[in-house]
Design a protein around this ligand. Structure first.
Ligand code: MG
Length: 378
């Protein structure tokens, strides 16, 4: 029976999987501490997208995720791995990865540094699966301490940024419709780089004067064309440009950074903490995403490193439930911009958490990552 069938036919309620603690060897427990009582559950779930999501070579109406829960002394922390197909992880790979984790080796969730170091060492990659543990642990620790993470990090919830709403590449009719739908947002993110850039901007400007940022997704091939476009965009109220050229085009990106009248953010050019320093001098800021960087612990380090390098921070997301979006939002007072609209793009969110009020990320005082369970999946 393959992994997927195993998940579907495991006979455990709601597709839940309990890591079989009994199968683990007691000699593996950390010698200085007694065995803990943490246990991990996880369940695959398919997010239903409100609109078909179109990328260069594919369209899709669902996003596969793996929802996790870590139980400890009557408390439960929730986590999530969101796995859009182009990133290479699947529900099967996440289940295989999570099955290797032996949380019972650790006395308590407060050993989060030890636990996440071990998680990172289980296998290369698997960054979304790793994030699903990281988020659940943070949620659990916050609940045990009865504090939300923005408080534990000493961040001011009044300093949260505006969040953008993403307008995908589409026909002018659909783009106008989406812009109207996005009217509560004070900044829109426009996907560009497919040859109809000026049409996209002019279509939006025919119905809205709201500030825009543009995400080229490495789509511009020539640095002079890129610079000409950035000047053209500046005249039309665009406030920054994300990943204008291929991440490998180091010399062109350095030249563009030196000449650009608008800030340029890195996205595809970085994943994790080790990548941050290499973006200095090529970009003005970095886009941090929990699913790429393995979660809140590393995202917090990345944001602080970027700030120490005098770079700007934005927080992005995949299509995700309110679980992962609310986790990212805890960090958002460190960021200039947020692109945390993943949960509003889906119609079957099993959680509620961070809200967007008048376009601004709004944190609540609930402990952990600040979510409530609306529908029990895991
Ligand atoms: Mg991007």
């Amino acid at each position: 029976m393959n992994r997927r069938k195993f998940i579907r036919h495991s006979g455990i309620a709601s597709g839940m999987i309990l890591v079989p603690v009994s199968s683990l060897s007691s000699c593996d427990y950390k010698k200085t501490q007694k065995p803990g009582k943490m246990s991990l559950r996880f369940a695959p779930f398919d997010l239903q997208l409100k609109h078909v999501f179109t990328l260069a070579n594919s369209s899709r109406s669902t996003t596969p995720v793996m929802l996790t829960a870590i139980d400890y002394e009557g408390h439960t922390g929730y986590g999530e791995a969101s796995m859009p197909p182009y990133l290479g992880e699947t529900q099967e790979s996440a289940a295989a990865f999570l099955s290797k984790l032996r949380l019972d080796r650790f006395a308590s969730p407060f050993l989060i540094e030890d636990i996440l170091t071990e998680v990172d060492g289980i296998a290369e990659g698997n960054s979304a699966a790793k994030a699903s543990i990281d988020i659940a642990l943070h949620d659990l620790i916050g609940k045990l301490l009865k504090r939300p993470w923005h408080q534990l990090w000493g961040l001011n919830p009044d300093d949260t940024p505006m969040t953008s709403f993403t307008i995908g590449i589409d026909t002018p009719e659909v783009v106008r419709e989406k812009v109207k739908e996005a009217s509560p947002y004070k900044i829109l993110k426009v996907k560009m780089g497919r040859g109809n850039d000026t049409e996209m901007i002019e279509t939006i400007r025919s119905v809205s004067q709201v500030p825009l940022c543009v995400d080229i997704n490495q789509g511009w091939k020539d640095k002079q064309h890129a610079l000409d476009m950035i000047y053209w965009l500046k005249e039309r109220g665009i406030v920054f440009v994300e990943q204008p050229m291929a991440k490998e085009a180091i010399d062109d990106l350095a030249w563009l950074h030196d000449h650009s009248p608008l800030p340029i953010y890195a996205d595809e050019a970085l994943q994790r903490l080790k990548d941050v320093e290499s973006t200095k001098g090529l970009y003005d800021g970095i886009n941090i995403k929990l699913m790429k960087c393995t979660g809140m612990r590393e995202a917090h380090k990345m944001a602080n490193l970027a700030i120490s390098l005098k770079m700007k921070v934005m927080l992005g997301c995949m299509t995700e439930t309110s679980c992962a979006v609310s986790a990212a939002a805890q960090l958002s007072p460190l960021s200039e911009f947020a692109d945390l609209d993943g949960n509003v793009l889906i119609s079957n969110d099993p959680y509620e958490g961070m809200l967007i009020r008048e376009g601004k990320v709004t944190l609540n005082d609930s402990p952990g990552i600040g979510i409530n369970v609306k529908q029990k999946i895991v």
